[in-house]
Design a binder for this molecule. Structure first.
Ligand code: TXA
Ligand code: MG
Length: 329
């Protein structure tokens, strides 16, 4: 299968790109689309056969459920059963953070096929804020299941080219909406009564959620509720280790070592160097993270040394991805 990339970068190119994506989705095919977090591989969420194609293209294990992207907030009650005791909390969350990078895990409704929820009694839902994604899902008129558009276990794509590198030859169409804004996947929160539990840190920080309700962060020792919590997710192929301070790291002579620094872009002695944000801006760092991991991974290195970033706000999401990348053997 040849993979076409259609540009939706210019406003005048968008209608044709959107129309083509919607046509394929209506035929039950998968299409890669930009979101504000990372690129997603979308299919009709209410069509089990279509959703199954996502698992095939990604080589994703069937036990790993998909996120359902809604055309609008009012679709929530059609895919999820929001319990009485959570209603107010869910309303506060959706009013504040939707459309945007927040995924809510709630009791599912029967309409959502088992393949989408991987047989769980819950469904993960969000409303994307990306203009192209929004236009596609609204025109399609039904929810779209869309995990990140990478092969299972790999780093999520933040550009159309990354998607081609991951899924080229396996899917018909990629819509190019440019580099994604946030660069890390949405924050996943499960809601039980008034209690919020962060299953995956992301662009909506714990600090932001705390303004809405009481938040607990699922500890790494806890039972896995989201396979995104598997330690080895989001990993480059090159071994990666984390360090507090790159300046105190001494490169071994025979080990081709690349560095991913937090702010220092003048470091010497490494085979290659990428700097997340010379200005020390966590937003910029998150937006660069996966692209730099990919570039370092392609540089023929024996080892990547990544420097820790401040573990607060958006930094918690970056550190989560770096720790997982470091956990891969
Ligand atoms: O930003 C994002 O969330 C991107 C864009 C494309 O929307 N999507 C994304 O999807 O990151 P994916 O499949 O790569 O990650 C979704 C995570 C997985 O770790 C999955 O296990 C978890 O969501 N998940 C899905 N349904 C769940 C459920 N019912 N309960 C707990 N976790 C769930
Ligand atoms: Mg993923």
């Amino acid at each position: 299968m040849t993979t076409r990339i259609l540009s939706a970068l210019l406003p005048q190119d968008q209608p044709a790109a959107v129309a083509e994506a919607v046509k394929l989705l209506q035929e039950g095919a998968v299409v890669a689309l930009p979101t504000e977090t990372v690129y997603g591989l979308a299919a009709d969420a209410l069509n089990a056969e279509a959703a199954l194609k996502i698992f095939e293209a990604k080589e994703r294990p069937r036990f790993d459920p998909l996120i359902v992207h809604l055309p609008s907030d009012d679709w929530l009650s059609r895919v999820a059963n929001v319990p009485e005791g959570s209603r107010e909390m869910v309303q506060r969350l959706t009013e504040r953070f939707w459309p945007g990078p927040l995924t809510l895990v709630l009791p599912r409704r029967e309409e959502v096929p088992d393949v989408v929820t991987a047989g769980l009694e819950t469904v993960a839902v969000r409303v994307s804020a990306h203009p192209v994604f929004r236009e596609v899902v609204r025109t399609f008129g039904k929810p779209l299941a869309a995990p990140s558009a990478n092969r299972f276990g790999n780093v999520s794509p933040t550009t159309a080219e990354h998607v081609r590198a991951e899924l080229g030859g396996r899917i018909e169409l990629i819509i190019d909406g440019g580099a994604t804004t946030h660069g890390v996947e949405s924050t996943i929160v499960s809601v039980a009564g008034e209690r919020l539990s962060v299953l995956r840190p992301g662009p909506i920080a714990v600090e932001d959620l705390s303004e809405v309700g009481k938040v607990e962060v699922a500890s790494s020792g806890a039972k896995i509720q989201a396979p995104g919590q598997l330690p080895s997710h989001y990993a480059p192929r090159t071994p990666l280790v984390l360090t507090r301070d790159l300046r105190s790291f001494s490169v071994q002579r025979d080990v081709r070592t690349g560095a991913l620094s937090w702010t220092d872009d003048k470091l010497r002695g490494f085979w290659s160097l990428r700097t997340l944000s010379p200005a020390g801006d966590l937003r910029e760092a998150a937006a660069n993270l996966f692209r730099y991991l990919r570039e370092l991974d392609a540089a023929g290195l024996d080892l990547i040394i990544a420097e820790e970033v401040p573990d607060e706000g958006l930094g918690a999401a970056i550190m989560d991805r770096l720790r997982r990348a470091a956990a891969k053997r």
